[in-house]
Ligand binder design. Structure first.
Ligand code: HMG
Ligand code: MG
Length: 303
């Protein structure tokens, strides 16, 4: 059975732009986000309050977030989450009245060290006060878990290891857990098996989201496997922008346009106006000076 409706968690401005080699002007980012909201996306991850030296592409978070302040009034229900790794990041986000944050853990030791400069357990300890303080302040907290299927340094990742860290994030107070195939190596059978494992561990599918990168062209097939397992929240990146600067061989995320094309073809509602979304991504591709890798953008842009 497939769901009647899917909530798309748009990550292009964050997961996409964090990986650009050049710096994108803050006005361009603000306009991109405004266009995504106008196309009907209702969750648009805007930026990260991480260390500016670690991710210079998002060092303008303090400048960007105030430029988005009028968007929720124009688009009721719009949420603009930001990534926060630690209490310093939370303090920065709170100054700007951010209502939604996400912490980001790793299912593997190597990626925890490379992405967060800590062991996986130390990273969980770093998130604990962030999640507690944020939920006490009435914020919504999403938990990301990276390397849920394979890790470039460690190879395949055992599902029990993923489920162990995932359950800890949920128990810590994360409302939703996004399962990341950071380097895009998963295939649909693995997706079904991991989601079955979460179900056996007592985690309802409604608290899970999937986050696929498209390195091996499996992101849409993996998404369909996830929908069949009851998932109704899917992460995607407008125009297929993206990657992760700290994960060797991570390419772009599942393109939001390709996802919308499939979902609408299946009769699943998204609230997204595909034409407007394609225009937003084509506009962004022009700003970046190269074509979007999304097949749907290529098929529909300028048409
Ligand atoms: P660290 O160097 O261990 O930090 O970095 P620290 O706690 O030792 O602090 C060192 C200094 O940094 C201190 O300054 C802090 O104040 C400052 P000093 O006292 O020396 O002057 N500092 C900060 N400044 C501003 N904002 C902050 C902050 N934190 C500390 N938030 C840290 C640890 C976690 C900060 C660093 O490793 C980091 O920023 N990592 C972020 C990496 C990142 O953003 N990766 C990409 C996102 S994850 C992803 O893309 C995967 C995902 O898409 C899902 C998937 O695909 O799997 C989500
Ligand atoms: Mg990602």
């Amino acid at each position: 059975d497939l769901p009647a409706e899917v909530r798309i968690h748009e990550v292009g401005p964050r997961d996409g732009l964090q990986n650009e080699s050049g710096l994108v002007p803050v006005e361009v980012k603000a306009e991109f986000i405004a266009r995504l909201a106008a196309a009907g996306l209702r969750t648009v991850e805007a930026t990260s309050f991480v260390h500016p030296k670690w991710v210079p592409q998002l060092a303008d978070a303090e400048d960007l977030v105030p430029r988005l302040a009028d968007l929720p009034a124009r688009h009721p229900g719009l949420r603009l989450p930001v990534l926060v790794p630690n209490e310093r990041g939370l303090d920065r986000a709170l100054v700007h009245g951010v209502g939604d944050i996400a912490v980001f853990a790793s299912a593997t030791e190597t990626f925890a060290r490379r992405n967060l400069n800590r062991s996986a357990d130390e990273a969980m300890a770093m998130f604990e006060p962030v999640v507690r303080r944020a939920t006490e302040a009435g914020l919504r907290v999403r938990g990301y878990l990276s390397m849920c299927f394979g890790d470039p340094w460690e190879g395949p990742v055992p599902p029990e290891q993923v489920i162990g860290f995932g359950v800890r994030l949920l128990e810590m107070g994360c409302e939703e857990l996004s399962l990341g195939d950071t380097i895009g190596v998963a295939t649909p059978g693995q997706v079904g098996a991991l989601l079955d494992g979460f179900a056996r561990a007592g985690v309802p599918a409604g608290r899970l989201a999937v986050h696929f990168h498209d390195t091996y062209g499996q992101a849409l097939s993996n998404t369909l496997a996830a929908l069949r397992a009851g998932i109704t929240t899917v992460d995607a990146s407008a125009g297929g922008l993206g990657g992760c600067p700290y994960a060797k061989s991570a390419t772009g995320n599942l393109a939001t346009e390709d996802l919308v094309w499939m979902l609408h073809g299946l009769g699943i509602r998204t609230g997204v106006d595909l034409r407007a979304l394609v225009e937003a991504s084509a506009w962004m591709a022009d700003r970046l000076g190269r074509p979007s890798p999304s097949r749907t953008v290529q098929a529909l842009a300028g048409g």
